[in-house]
Design a protein around this ligand. Sequence first.
Ligand code: R2B
Ligand code: URA
Length: 365
Amino acid sequence: MAPTITDKDFKVHHDRNQVTPFKDDEEEDAYTRYVTRYSDGTVKLRNPNIELMDQDILYHLALGNESHDLKEMFGDIKFVCMGGTPKRMDNFAHFIMNEIGYKLPAGMQLQDISAYSYRYSMYKVGPVLCVSHGMGTPSVSILMHEMIKLMYHAKCRDPIFIRIGTCGGIGIEGGTVIITDDALDGQLRNSHEFTILGETVHRPAKLDKKLARELKSLASADDPYDTIIGKTLCTNDFYEGQGRLDGAFCEFSENEKMAYLEKLREHGVVNIEMESTIFAALTHHAGIKAAVVCVAILNRLNGDQVNAPKEVMHEWQQRPQILVSRYIRKVLAQNGQLKSLLGHQGSIKSPRRFTFVQQESQAHD
Ligand code: R2B
Ligand code: URA
């Protein structure tokens, strides 16, 4: 039985200057749930200012709670999938649409909901929101604040966040799928360092271990690549910060670089990317179940340059998407929701005749 948290406990823990250590993970989870969820599972914010504001403009998403009916637009969101580029998230949105059998009304197409922000892209496919997050922790941080507020305004219940990305493998071949166990910062700490009002604050970069194991269990023996779980190093730079010799600057030797990568490997680090600590720290702080699934696009023990052919890269980048889609399908099926999505009659009755009709029409341009 999870421990019960009272208002009195809340006050003790809420005061930044009197953080009381939790007895164990279970107590911390119960406390986090208390401060981040209403009793019906909808998202509660750890910021009392928001509900006092006349309106909340989610500036980088080109959305607002007074300009848009966010509950109507996003209230059914169950999964928020994020990846670096708008193109990858557009691909994922179309892919997941097919995978969950979600059908757009005739003549409609997916629209980038955040197009007017010119910052991030966002596509909605039924219960799945697909959002680009850009590169590096500052970009993800801004997006996470607004996405968590979006979940709150939309009254989403227990949303799950998953980052789908690329990374460099350490002793791991290109094409391998890596599920992050722990996200580590440049000093191998399992936390993200914030500077708030000039002070250094650390928040644990914890991901959901059960979700990581569940994702791993969905890898198939028939997949022509490995799917592994391991520690992920998150850096603030792609070049010197990841020990590359090929940046505009490099003031260390190849031997020093290799010794560093070896040290990482001994520490259990299997991959390097640039967003996992902030993603883990902010989802954990918001009590949101989250996972990071990346594909290695090179093995850093063999070099620094990313030079796999375009088609190979494209196929590799689909691999985390395939794993995540298996998970989403599984959850929807368990909740009896997949059937209702698949229940719609598809608009194409015969692909062969469909192609024929399209070609005929084009011929009469
Ligand atoms: C992986 O790839 C990007 C750098 O090329 C960065 O966003 C990351 O984490
Ligand atoms: N992304 C990174 O951050 N590093 C790599 O080596 C590859 C992708």
